[in-house]
Design a protein around this ligand. Structure first.
Ligand code: ADP
Ligand code: MG
Length: 293
């Protein structure tokens, strides 16, 4: 064909399941030498499930009450953990009261008014400040690789939910392929807790784990590498990943579970829901670049 190499690279990437937004995107992808992967929804399938419900003693709440409060507050959120909580309530056929005054803080959780109470659902390390009983439940969940989510009513902890997500089947092979392409093992950037993140990372051969990160911390990590002369590819799916996707040399969003903001911000979107398409199109971009130069 007489199509310019970078344009045929876009077409090729499309056939492999990746939507690149421009020829410049394909050119830049071929230059990357370090990959930073998000955890939830990127290394994992992004369809987490609630595996246990722990109302705190003395709150008068049973499992269904706790799940109802949490699910009502999470209902407006598009976060994968929020969807897990709402789905668990749906499976138990719990009627959800309507939440008002909803707001969400990326990397932290949500707040809403439910039946006259302020309900917060989110990261234990941000919402619990050394209150003993929930901390014990949180630790027990995290050492088994689960994500613990704290629930507070009017500022008081009332329980913890245990949530589990599965690694993508092609996660380990993708990490190996990216290591071969860049000469450096990818780094994990996550807002989730360190214990669960390290456990999961070890399963795919990642040792450099940055956990408990807010969206701006992900950006700071990317900027620090780029200052050292690295050209970073960030792969993510969440609202919390959007600033890092924008800051990086290249940003790729996972399409299926991805938030609108991540899809809009990224340079390219994985449309076919496979992580292994990423090393494949980095390789493709390199080949196209050689043809251009
Ligand atoms: P990741 O970087 O792994 O994709 P996020 O930054 O999206 O993770 O979330 C980080 C942490 O913030 C989660 O592990 C959770 O504790 C908390 N969190 C964020 N949003 C929510 C939500 N809607 N419901 C519950 N917890 C949340
Ligand atoms: Mg994510």
């Amino acid at each position: 064909s007489t199509m310019p190499p970078l344009l045929s690279a876009i077409a090729n990437a499309g056939r492999r399941g990746v939507l690149a937004k421009s020829a410049v995107v394909m050119e830049r992808l071929g230059q990357i030498d370090l990959v930073a992967l998000d955890k939830t929804g990127t290394l994992t399938e992004g369809t987490p499930r609630v595996t246990s419900i722990h109302p705190l003693p003395g709150t008068g709440l049973d499992e269904d009450d706790l799940l109802t409060l949490a699910a009502a507050a999470e209902h407006p959120s598009e976060h994968p953990l929020a969807r897990a909580v709402v789905e668990a309530a749906r499976e138990r056929r719990l009627p959800l009261p309507h939440a008002t005054d909803f707001s969400s803080l990326p990397g932290e959780g949500v707040t809403a008014t439910v039946a006259g109470h302020t309900v917060q659902v989110g990261s234990p390390s941000r919402l619990l400040t050394g209150t003993a009983p929930p901390d014990k439940a949180v630790t027990e969940l995290e050492i088994t690789g689960r994500t613990a989510v704290a629930v507070l009513r009017d500022g008081t902890p009332v329980g913890v939910l245990g949530i589990a997500d599965r690694l993508r089947p092609d996660a380990a092979a993708t990490v190996t392929a990216l290591t071969e392409l860049t000469g450096r093992t990818p780094v994990l950037l996550t807002g989730d807790n360190e214990r669960a993140a390290r456990r999961l990372a070890a399963e795919v051969g990642i040792t450099d784990v940055r956990a408990g990160l807010l969206p701006e911390d992900k950006v700071a990590a990317v900027k620090a590498w780029e200052t050292e002369g690295r050209r970073v590819l960030v792969v993510g799916d969440g609202v919390n990943d959007a600033p890092a996707l924008a800051a990086a040399h290249s940003g790729i969003a996972m399409g299926k579970a991805g938030s609108d903001l991540a899809l809009e911000t990224a340079d390219a979107v994985v449309v076919r829901d496979e992580l292994a398409t990423i090393p494949s199109i980095v390789q493709l971009s390199r080949t196209a670049r050689r043809l251009v130069i």
